[in-house]
Design a protein around this ligand. Sequence first.
Ligand code: EPZ
Length: 417
Amino acid sequence: MSGLKIVGGRALCGRIHVQGAKNSVLPILAASLLSGGETVIHNCPALSDVDAAIDILRHLGCRAEFTQGTAYVDSSTMTRCDIPDELMRRMRSSVIFLGAILARAGEAKLSMPGGCELGPRPIDLHLLAMERLGAELETRGGNLLLRSHGLRGGRIDLSIPSVGATENAMIAASGAQGETLITNAAREPEIGDLGRYLRALGVKIRGEGTSTVSVEGGGFAPCCQHTIIPDRIAAATFIAAAAASGGDLTLTGVAGDHMRAVLDAFSRMGVEIRECGDTMRVLSRGKLRSPGTVTTGPYPGFPTDAQPPLMAACLGAEGISVFVETVFQSRFRHVPELRRMGADIKVDGRVAIAQGPGRLHGARVEAPDLRGGAALMVAALAAEGESIITQMRHIDRGYEKIADLLRSVGAEAERID
Ligand code: EPZ
């Protein structure tokens, strides 16, 4: 079991190049099945979730490689249409392959994705979208079997602007005959990035990144290249780390326009953020104050994934910070671990109330999930003394070479086994 040792109390100073977006590269790797041709993806982050997606593509018979920040897929050799249980369990978001496999092969067999650390993760909207495009669904002993005699365009009204369901609908519709209209679509920047990839693949798509997306299937280009957008949640995490440690960090390759709600919250805390193109300088001098109440929600609202690291940064801020989590049922699992470091946080259902400024002390803590682990890293950087964060497998899903990165900006951090 690998851990991360951090000795806190050192201000982070220096430059970080923000990695490509995990939540953009995963649906695009899935969509690379559509064309039966070649895809080259640049600015691809080195993450265990990307490794899992590459292994799924290989299991399906594709040639898939990842080296030096570039992923290469040749899906012409696809021979299978099933994702076995062990691969489904390795990455909860494997369901994102459903639409692509069904559109390419006419059938798809996946085991039901389990819940995850954030609570139940239903996929009813994903399945509704597939059925609206003409797929027939059968469940057999915990497995999902979808078949179609050629997907046909249709209207998909999403009751929730689900990111994954929007992505599966866009991808499957790209392989359907005729036009598909998706309403109440998710508007996250990662949806926009998927739309740009599909357009490069030859798909006629309009409105990606808005609530209404129209897709017209048709022929595909034999090969295409795409560069992944910056990871706005990784960027938010690094801003939280600078805020909590009282640092002066310059982030490069970042998209400020993808994170307005996040930047607004940190500005309310007194963090100075100077943007210039795709560079952002983050200065945290002196006392921080609470951002007030932060309510998470679908984009362009405050992103649920940035709630844990922001909460950790608020522990050193003056005043009461209130977090209202509207997206996932149990997204406060980092709170008990933060309490072990001396945090004063109360949780009542979907509301967490943090009282600052508190003095955090190092402790041995366990990462409960990806972004909860990020919160523990932020808190450990501000805490007095040594912290050991275990269950690093969660953090390795979404943060590239995190110990090296933290050390590069002055943190005392090292991986331990
Ligand atoms: C994506 O998950 C992200 N994952 C999550 O990031 C992110 O937290 C989430 O969107 C919200 O922004 C990836 O992109 C790989 P949803 P997803 O479908 O698509 C309910 C991270 O840390 N729902 O938008 O699974 C669902 O229960 C991860 O990087 C249904 O009811 O999220 C939730 O309450 C964590 N039925 C809400 O919608 C469905 O069929 C939003 O979920 C699908 C979802």
